[in-house]
Design a protein around this ligand. Structure first.
Ligand SMILES: Cc1cc2nc3c(=O)[nH]c(=O)nc-3n(C[C@H](O)[C@H](O)[C@H](O)COP(=O)(O)O)c2cc1C
Length: 310
C-alpha cells in the first residue's frame, strides 16, 4: 500500500477542488491511501477580503513571514511514500499559511529526503512563488519531483478584474454580468486533472519519478506564457522593495502603515493595467531577438531543479 500525504490550504475551495480532481485516480486505486491535511491559520485570513486587509497582507507575504497555525493532525511517525503540497501564490510568493507550514518544525521532519509534488491553482502568475517553494524544499532536504499548475486561462487583464471581484467581493461568476467566471475552468478539472493524477499514480507505483515531470509537461500540466513571465520578472524585483517600504512604517494591520498600503492598492492594479499591454507587445518582439533565452527560461520554469541555491 502506498501512503500519500496531501497538505493544502484553500480559502474558497478552489485548491481543494483541484486536488480532488487530480487525485481521483489515486482515490480509486486500491493500492493507494491518501491522507489529507488542511493547513489552518490560528487567525483565519478573511474571505472575501476587505480592500485594506488584502493589500495589508502584501509585505508579510513577500517577506515570507509566518503566521501561527493550528496543530497538524497528520501522524508524525507514519512513513509516507509521497507528499503532495497544494498551494496558491499570493503576491508572487507562497501564500502565508503554506509558507508557515514550510517553516514549521513538523515540515522539517516530515519533508527530509521526501519526494514532493506541488499542485498549484491560481490566477496565472506562479513562477516566482514556485521558485520560493523550490528554495524552501531544498532547505528542508526534500526532493521536488513533480509540479502541476492550474491557472485561469482568461486574458491577463480580464482575470485581474475577476480575481479582485472574487477576492474582495466573493463574486466568482459573471462579475458585472459579462466578465467570465474567475478561476480554473471546470473543463480543466474534469478532463485534464485526472490525466495528471494517472501519470502521478504510475510513477508512485513504480517508485521512480525520473520521467514524471516530462510526462506531466507533455500532458499539459504546466502553463507558462512569455508575456506573463516578463511581467512577473518586473514584480519580482519591485515587490520586495515596496514590501520593505510598507513594513518600515509598521507591522501587519497597524494604522501607521495604512497610507502606504492604500497607495500600493491603487498603484498595483494601475501598473498592471498599463504594463500588461506594453509587455504583451514586448513579449512578441523579445522572442524574435532572443529566441533561445525565452525558450530556456520557459524550460527552466517547467522543471523542478533549482538554478541557483540561495
Ligand atoms: C492576497 C492574494 C494574492 C494573490 N496573488 C496572486 C498571484 O500573485 N498570482 C496568482 O496567480 N494568483 C494570485 N492570487 C489568486 C490565488 O492564487 C487563488 O487563485 C485564489 O486565492 C483562490 O484560491 P483558494 O480559494 O483555493 O485559496 C492571489 C489571491 C490572494 C487572496
Amino acid at each position: 500500500m502506498k501512503k500519500v500525504l496531501v497538505i493544502y490550504f484553500t480559502q474558497s475551495g478552489q485548491l481543494h477542488q483541484a486536488i480532488k480532481a487530480t487525485l481521483e485516480p489515486l482515490e480509486k486505486s486500491e493500492t493507494v491511501k491518501l491522507y489529507y491535511e488542511q493547513i489552518k491559520p490560528q487567525r483565519p485570513f478573511p474571505f472575501p477580503w476587505s480592500y485594506m486587509q488584502f493589500f495589508d497582507a502584501f509585505p508579510e507575504t513577500v517577506q515570507g513571514l509566518p503566521c501561527d497555525l493550528e496543530p497538524f493532525s497528520f501522524n508524525k511517525d507514519e512513513h509516507y511514500d509521497l507528499v503532495i503540497i497544494a498551494y496558491q501564490p499570493w503576491f508572487l510568493s507562497v501564500s502565508i499559511p503554506v509558507n508557515s507550514f514550510l517553516m514549521s518544525p513538523e515540515a522539517k521532519t516530515l519533508l527530509k529526503d521526501k519526494e514532493v509534488i506541488t499542485v498549484l491553482a491560481c490566477r496565472n502568475m506562479w513562477l516566482n512563488a514556485q521558485e520560493k517553494m523550490k528554495v524552501a524544499l531544498d532547505h528542508l532536504g526534500a526532493k521536488l519531483v513533480g509540479n502541476v499548475t492550474f491557472v485561469d486561462k482568461s486574458g491577463n487583464l480580464t482575470s485581474l478584474v475577476t480575481v479582485l471581484a472574487f477576492a474582495l467581493g466573493g463574486i466568482k461568476e459573471k462579475f458585472l454580468g459579462f466578465f467570465p467566471k474567475y478561476g480554473v475552468s471546470d473543463r480543466d478539472l474534469r478532463e485534464n486533472a485526472p490525466k495528471y493524477g494517472e501519470i502521478v499514480n504510475q510513477h508512485l507505483q513504480a517508485n521512480d519519478y525520473t520521467t514524471l515531470q516530462n510526462e506531466l509537461i507533455e500532458a499539459g500540466a504546466i502553463n507558462i506564457k512569455s508575456n506573463l513571465m516578463l511581467l512577473e520578472g518586473r514584480g519580482k524585483v519591485l515587490f520586495p522593495l515596496y514590501a520593505n517600504y510598507i513594513s518600515k512604517k509598521g507591522t501587519s494591520g497597524s494604522s501607521e502603515r495604512r497610507t502606504r498600503v492604500r497607495i500600493f492598492g491603487i498603484v498595483l492594479p494601475i501598473a498592471i493595467f498599463i504594463l500588461s499591454p506594453v509587455i504583451t507587445i514586448v513579449s512578441r518582439i523579445i522572442p524574435l531577438i532572443f529566441p533561445k533565452r525565452i525558450k530556456s527560461e520557459i524550460n527552466y520554469h517547467s522543471q523542478n531543479f533549482l538554478r541557483q541555491k540561495n
